[in-house]
Design a protein around this ligand. Structure first.
Ligand code: HEC
Length: 144
C-alpha cells in the first residue's frame, strides 16, 4: 500500500515536470536543481521552515510540502542517510545521481510543486533545509 502510494506520487511528479511552465524539458528541470557555482549554504531558521513547509503559496498547484510529507510521509528509506545521497525520484526523473538536501528541495519545488526553484541565497530555502534536517533526525527507515 505504502509502495503504491509512492509510485502514484512519483507519476504525479513526472506529470508536473512535463506540464510545468518553468520546466518544459527534463534537462531544464535538472539544471535548476544543481547548486550554482560558488554556492554557500546559509544558516536557516527552522521555525520559518516549518511555516513554509505547510504553505501552499509556495506551489502553483495548491500543494504544500506537508500535503505529501506530513508525519514523514512519501519519503523513502534514503531520507535516513546523510546528504548527498541518491533519491530515486531525482535520479529517475532528473538524471541526478546524488543530491544535497537543498537540491532535493529544489527538485520538489520544480516537480511536485510545479513552481520555480527558490533563490539559492534565500532565507526561505535555508529555512526549509533547517526544518527538513530536523524532520530527518526523527525519521525511521522501514528497513534497517
Ligand atoms: C506531490 C507530493 C510531493 C510534494 C508536494 C513534495 N514532495 Fe518531496 N518528495 C515526494 C516524493 C514522491 C519524493 C521521492 C521519494 C523517493 O524517490 O525516494 C520526495 C522526496 C523528497 C525529499 C528527499 C528524501 C530523501 O530520500 O532524501 C525531500 C527532502 C523532500 N521531498 C522535501 C520536500 C519539500 C521541502 C517539499 C516542499 C517544497 C516537497 N518535498 C514537496 C513528493 C512530494
Amino acid at each position: 500500500m505504502k509502495k503504491l502510494t509512492l509510485t502514484a506520487l512519483m507519476a504525479l511528479c513526472t506529470a508536473s515536470v512535463l506540464f510545468s511552465p518553468t520546466a518544459s524539458a527534463e534537462g531544464d528541470a535538472s539544471a535548476l536543481t544543481v547548486r550554482p557555482a560558488g554556492y554557500k549554504p546559509r544558516e536557516g531558521d527552522a521555525k520559518l521552515g516549518e511555516r513554509l513547509f505547510h504553505d501552499p503559496k509556495l506551489s502553483t498547484n495548491g500543494m504544500s510540502c506537508a500535503t505529501c510529507h506530513a508525519n514523514h510521509a512519501s519519503y523513502s528509506d534514503s531520507f535516513a542517510k546523510p546528504y548527498p545521497h541518491t533519491v530515486v525520484m531525482a535520479r529517475d526523473q532528473l538524471g541526478r545521481k546524488q543530491v544535497y538536501l537543498d537540491e532535493m528541495i529544489q527538485a520538489c519545488m520544480v516537480m511536485p510543486m510545479a513552481a520555480k526553484p527558490l533563490p539559492w541565497d534565500s532565507k526561505e530555502l535555508a529555512a526549509l533545509v533547517a526544518f527538513v534536517e530536523q524532520e530527518q533526525r526523527t525519521f525511521k527507515p522501514t528497513k534497517q
